[in-house]
Design a protein around this ligand. Sequence first.
Ligand SMILES: *Cc1c(COP(=O)(O)O)cnc(C)c1O
Length: 403
Amino acid sequence: MATPGEWADRFVVADPDLVYLDGNSLGRLPLAAADLAADLVRRQWGERLIRGWNDGWFDLPLRLGDKVAELIGARPGEVAMADSTTVNLHRLATAAIAARPGRRVIVTDDLNFPSDRHALAAVADQTGAEVRVVGSDGVQGPVEALTAALADDVALLSLSATAYRSGYTYDLAPLTAAAHEVGALALWDLSHTAGSVPTDLAGAEVDLAVGCSYKHLNGGPGAPAWLFVRRDLQADLGNPHQGWMGHADVFSFSPEYEPAEGIRRFLTGTPPVVSMALIEPGVDLLLEVGMDQVRRLSLQLTDHLLDRFDADLAHRGFGLASPRDPAVRGGHLTLSHPSALALDLALIDRGVIPDFRPPDGIRLGPVALYTTIDEVDRAVDELVDLVDTGAFAAFADAEVVVT
Ligand SMILES: *Cc1c(COP(=O)(O)O)cnc(C)c1O
């Protein structure tokens, strides 16, 4: 039976001593993607030139979308690769509000990613709607309060399926059903979920979803995101960002806009082929390993980290800012500590890469495909040593841009 980290040799591991616990922010580079990059640029672009569009570039957003669909429990023809997660959220939230005339409330929670909150606030401004933010304890999803907030004036429920900070992971089906009960649509952001926690979008009857490709899908820095619209909703929703790639006949150059059938209508402009194509090897690897196996190994990693937290970190000033219950745990755990930023920087200096989330969170994201139990142990051992020796204090005044 496979163990965590089993597929590390399918990735570029430039420094075998580096403990990389930030694959939930930027996944490692699959070897197959590195090979593909050379072919894409030298041969496909360099030799094929404009003919490349007929060799597969044009179909890429939907062909690759079908593979992502398989990973998240959606059906073929329900997912397209496009733009960034935030732009896709703008697009689908705007479309959802337009599809629910007379309703003027968007419900979300305070665990949601700031960029999503910014997007929802802008959509509300532009459509005359209002965002109702349901408060939480900062760790657990406020399921009951969210359900209570779903009233007859709600057009849209929009949440991160896995909270970026605590990793709390919602059960999509009951909240989606509660939204439907009041006549609202549900839009889930799967950025920290896809490739980490299995989902069944079809079974949960999810209406709309978005997610990014550079975290657990290992698609590369700034890789284009994806969007999901349930099959039977596609004809009823418009794309507020109309453009030629969503036209029924892209190369007709018709001055009148006529939306394409199906998921294509949610595209806008020309896809960034080079970065989009490089997503495929990471997705293929996840399909090969299977999401159930990924989840089983991911839980082994976070179970082990929780054991080490209880044994070695809880009495050294660390708190747990993530759920313990595996049913609602995502792929990462966040530890709180009053000197979290200094500890984060000191860890990086020792070759262990977590990330820092203000005000006091150290986020540890071991990845089933390439992180081993030994690497989790090394991260905890370094934290213990940094606290016991006080060595992290040297990093207390450091200034950083990306953490
Ligand atoms: C990472 C992440 C994003 C990223 O948005 P981009 O527009 O692709 O930069 C958005 N939402 C959530 C919940 C995320 O975790």
